[in-house]
Unconditional design. Structure first.
Length: 131
């Protein structure tokens, strides 16, 4: 799954390069527009190597993304944007043999397991069924 996400991101980044005349490797394009439908890439850099890759891009509507990966398929990166409420939303992630592992203050977290349930689970573990 994480390889699919990275592939899609690289395709979007490559299409942004072709839209702006093929300027890669840190090319800049400036615009004061903050309209999402007309957002432009203000910074893009990409380095694809035999031992991995790195990329980063920023847009006029405050979208940022960056990632790096190695030859083993391990990827770490981050992305951020401004929500419709005006809050900065930032997500960091690792994608490796354990899957996609995002980390962010905006992601929901599970409630703690109640003490009574923990005791019941421990009882079940220590008193297995005789069947």
């Amino acid at each position: 799954m994480f390889k699919f996400v990275v592939l899609c991101t690289l395709i979007v980044a490559a299409s942004a390069i072709s839209k702006f005349g093929g300027r890669g490797g840190g090319g800049h394009h400036s615009s004061a527009s903050t309209d999402d439908a007309h957002a432009e890439v203000t910074h893009f850099s990409s380095d694809v190597r035999a031992d991995g890759f790195d990329y980063t891009f920023d847009t006029t509507n405050a979208i940022h993304a960056a990632a790096s990966g190695n030859a083993n398929g391990d990827i770490q990166g981050d992305f951020s944007w401004i929500s419709p409420e005006g809050e900065n939303v930032a997500v960091q992630y690792v994608a490796d043999e354990n899957g996609y592992q995002p980390s962010s203050d905006v992601l929901p977290t599970p409630h703690p397991i109640p003490e009574a349930i923990l005791k019941a689970l421990e009882y079940i573990r220590t008193h297995p069924s005789k069947e």
